[in-house]
Design a protein around this ligand. Structure first.
Ligand SMILES: C[S@@+](CC[C@H](N)C(=O)[O-])C[C@H]1O[C@@H](n2cnc3c(N)ncnc32)[C@H](O)[C@@H]1O
Length: 274
């Protein structure tokens, strides 16, 4: 760990907020400054879905308004969708700090790299200046409630590793708010990480009852599926991406009501059309 990473971790701890994307936190993060990860994730997820469903669910981005919940400090898939032709990007990120995201450092050390990588992957579709201007014209909201201020309707809804972090009292409200702003037949895609968010297996995590959790809502994949289903989508699909073997005999009481099929899912994709 270099000195920068070390101090940014201390600052994060003192602030008591793991999703506080100050310039210091963002600069100190190898993960945040790696654009290749975002492109690879986008392509990989669609490859997984295509291989498991034998269907092609990759959304057509051209001229679409794309919304990403919990997009993170580097606007998540925003740069990619804008480069690939989306008309508008609306991000929602409580930890967003405009000064950090649009700093000179991040422009040169992230967005420029991201642009070069996008060109290498998809061809030269626009200049860096046009790309960066599109990014700066994006709407970044602190909460989904702020969608009330936006006039445009959403045509594509995305999230990656976010729904598991929204507390149970807010989750449905958040999804419903996005839903009401989405056009008929809008495409939605949520990648949800049901893992322990620490380096232990699901089986070991399930061994104890977990009393207090501020980071995770501890819902399992079918809870998310049923919740989204109550919004009445015209089509809804579940694809299990990563799973682990679970022995139901050694799971603690709080997990007992879940089936093995539900407990074994580590990462799942829930997607479909409004
Ligand atoms: C694990 S991070 C994932 C960030 C990014 N999507 C990625 O895949 O790298 C979870 C993100 O969800 C955001 N988040 C948590 N609660 C949220 C809420 N109620 N609405 C929107 N975003 C939220 C956090 O601020 C954080 O950026």
């Amino acid at each position: 760990m270099n000195l920068y990473n070390f101090f940014s971790k201390i600052v994060q701890k003192l602030q008591g907020n793991i999703f506080n994307y100050t310039h210091l936190n963002v600069r100190g993060s190898k993960k945040h400054l790696n654009p290749v990860l975002l492109i690879d994730r986008w392509e990989r997820y669609h490859r997984v879905i295509t291989s498991k469903t034998k269907n092609h669910f990759k959304p057509v981005l051209s001229n679409k308004t794309v919304f990403e919940l919990g997009c993170g400090p580097m606007l998540g898939w925003g740069p990619l969708v804008l480069f690939l032709g989306a008309k508008k990007f609306i991000g929602c990120e409580p930890g967003f700090q405009k000064k950090a995201t649009f700093s000179k450092y991040v422009k040169n050390n992230y967005f420029r790299k991201h642009y070069n990588e996008l060109v290498s992957n998809y061809g030269n579709r626009m200049s860096f200046n046009t790309f960066y201007k599109k990014l700066k014209n994006s709407n970044i909201l602190k909460t989904a409630d702020e969608l009330d201020k936006i006039k445009t309707c959403i045509q594509i809804i995305l999230s990656n590793s976010v729904l598991e972090h929204i507390n149970r009292n807010n989750l449905f409200k958040t999804l419903e708010k996005i839903w009401t702003k989405a056009k008929k037949n809008a495409f939605f895609f949520h990648a949800i990480d049901m893992g322990p968010h620490k380096p232990i297996s699901l089986q070991n995590w399930y061994k104890k009852n977990i009393k207090k959790q501020i980071l995770l809502n501890l819902l399992r994949i079918n809870d998310f599926f049923l919740l989204i289903k109550t919004l009445n989508p015209t089509r809804i699909y579940l694809v299990v991406y990563r799973s682990q073997c679970i022995n139901k005999k050694s799971v603690a009481k709080m997990w007992k009501n879940y089936t093995v099929n539900n407990l074994k899912v580590k990462t799942g994709f829930i997607f479909g059309y409004k």
